[in-house]
Structures are given as C-alpha cells and as structure tokens.
Design a binder for this molecule. Structure first.
Ligand code: XIL
Length: 313
C-alpha cells in the first residue's frame, strides 16, 4: 500500500479485508536512504503506524534490489561508477550492511517478514548481472541475510522473485537457496511475487513450484499477487470486458485452490495493491487500463473476490 491508502475509504477497506500490509514504495532504498547515511522514514513510519495501530502485520519490501536504488550506492570514493575491485566490494557491502541494519533495527518486532533481496535471478535461470552481483558476487546475498538476521533474529527473511512458476527460474531458485542453506546463510523463506495473468500460470505449474520449494524446508510466501486481464504486453481495452472479469474469477479460484491445498507450506498471501483504482499495471508494461485485484475501481468486491471467499475449493 501507499501512504495515501492509509487514510480515507481505502484505509477502511484495508482494515476490513486485509490482515497484513506491505509498502509498495515507502521502504525501498530511494525512499529510505536517498543520500549516503541520510535516512528518511516519514512514509514508511506512516504505514507501520497504520498497521500496528490496527493490529495488522507488516511485510518489509525490500532491502536490496537492482531497481529503485540511488546511484550513489554504486559510486566509488572518487565519484566514479564502481568497477569490480576488492575496495569497491568492501565499500558496497559496508553501505548495504549499514542500510539493512538501520531499517531492520528500526522496525524490529514490528515487521515480521522482510524481502531481503529481490529479483536476483533471470528468467532463464542465470544469476542477474546487477551492479550488486558484478561488484560483490554472491557475497552481497550472503551478507544481506547475515546482517538482517543479526538485526532482528525473529524476523522471517525472504528471497523474493518473480515468475517462480517458470521452470528455469524456479529450479535456479531452488539450487541457489539449497547452496545458501548448506553454507548456513539464514534464509527462512522464498517469496513468490505471483504477478500472474488470467491464463498463466496453470494451477499445475503453481503446485509444482510450491512442491519443489517445500523440499528445502523453508517457508513460502506469496508476496505480490495480482492478475492482469491481458496475456501480452501490447493489447489494451478502453474498459475491461465483463467476460474477462469472469475468467479472472475462475483463474483466481483455481490458483487459490492450489494455495489452500498447500496451506502448510505457505504462511501468507499478499496482494500488490488494494483495489483496481491504483495498480502498477496501469503503467507497466505499457500504459493501459487493467483490473488485477480483488476490489474494483469503486473499491467494491469483484467476481474474483467472491470466487475466492464463497467457495475456495
Ligand atoms: C513497483 C511499484 O508497484 C511501482 O509503483 C513502482 O513504480 C515500481 O515498482 N516487483 C517488485 C515491486 O518487487 O517492488 C514492483 O513494484 C513490482 C515488481
């Protein structure tokens, strides 16, 4: 949620229908440490206060990402973009550790789960060649989890990624987490963003990914669920045809039937937004009308909502 959604009719909806909140932007690096060592917590505090005063849980999103991270983080002591040298690696890991420690300690005991690293794997299963990886290799992931764990040993620490139902990324995530756990890196949970659409993934693909990760013995969380009414990156409707909302309801129902079947593996389901009046999919991948959530632009429950709550399967 955004800070604006912590007041007014959306806040009422959140209080009635959700048990946990996640800030979509307020805890990202650009928002919390725009300049070196200068922390700004106005927006994130608002959301944390909203949640705690209403008895809701909070997921922290996100400590380390390749997006929405200021350039200064990757700038060396001479003001140049960092190249992969041992000095730059040490500097980068020190900045990252300081950032993580500051956020996790600030909200210790309030934030129960953190996305520690976000989107570290590519769709083809290779490791993302982010500036983090280019400069620090896998040590940025190891260090991030270790520092976060020291800052709040009770928080559930997640490695979060998109499209984990795709076999390449799913298997790469499995291998990476298996290696990290074997090294003793404190990874508690795999976060599956679950930005899906009305026809993909199949319930079977979702089940296969949950079953695979279950073998690792880590918790699993659905961290950013929404469901586009489009199945490509180019189409656009002036208004969403009602038939597609019915299809969406059926697909939500089918996916939730899987989530319920694996309820012992999955400790939370988080939606990426409150209602269709505000969704990142209205600008991504192109500007267009989309309707990915359970509540409409008027904040009223959609067919998808009723499909899930009336008869979850
Ligand atoms: C998105 C936000 O929803 C947008 O408002 C912002 O402009 C870009 O980031 N995966 C993530 C999220 O982990 O942080 C992204 O959120 C959506 C994709």
């Amino acid at each position: 949620m955004s800070t604006q959604q912590a007041t007014g009719p959306e806040a009422d909806l959140v209080k009635r229908q959700f048990g946990s909140v996640t800030p979509t932007a307020a805890m990202k690096w650009t928002a919390t440490e725009p300049r070196p060592g200068e922390f700004t917590f106005g927006d994130s505090d608002k959301i944390v206060n909203f949640a705690t005063s209403n008895g809701m849980k909070i997921r922290g999103h996100t400590l380390v990402w390749h997006n929405q991270t200021p350039d200064w983080v990757f700038t060396d002591d001479n003001g140049q973009p960092m190249t992969p040298t041992p000095q730059n690696k040490a500097l980068l890991l020190a900045r990252m550790s300081d950032h993580i420690r500051t956020l996790v300690e600030r909200y210790r005991g309030k934030i129960t789960a953190w996305d520690v690293v976000n989107e570290v794997i590519n769709d083809d299963g290779t490791l993302r060649q982010s500036r983090w990886y280019q400069i620090a290799g896998l040590d940025y992931i190891r260090t991030a989890f270790t520092v976060a764990h020291a800052a709040d040993p009770a928080a559930k620490l997640c490695i979060n990624d998109v499209n984990l139902t795709g076999p390449s990324r799913r298997d790469a995530m499995y291998d990476l987490v298996a290696d990290l756990l074997a090294e003793g890196v404190p990874v508690d949970c795999i976060g599956s963003q679950t930005h899906v659409n009305i026809s993909v993934p199949s319930p079977a693909a979702l089940a296969a990914s949950i079953e695979k990760f279950a073998k690792l013995g880590v918790d699993q969380q659905i961290t950013e669920m929404d469901m586009s009414v489009y199945t490509d990156n180019t189409s656009s409707y002036p208004t969403v045809p009602p038939g597609l909302l019915a299809q969406q309801a059926a697909q939500y129902k089918a996916l939730f039937a899987v989530l319920l079947r694996y309820r012992d593996q999955i400790s939370s389901v988080t939606f990426w937004g409150v209602a269709d009046n505000q969704t990142w999919l209205s600008t991504y991948p192109i500007p267009r009308v989309d309707a990915p959530l359970l509540f409409g632009t008027d904040l009223a429950p959609k067919p998808a909502f009723w499909a899930i709550v009336a008869n979850p399967g």
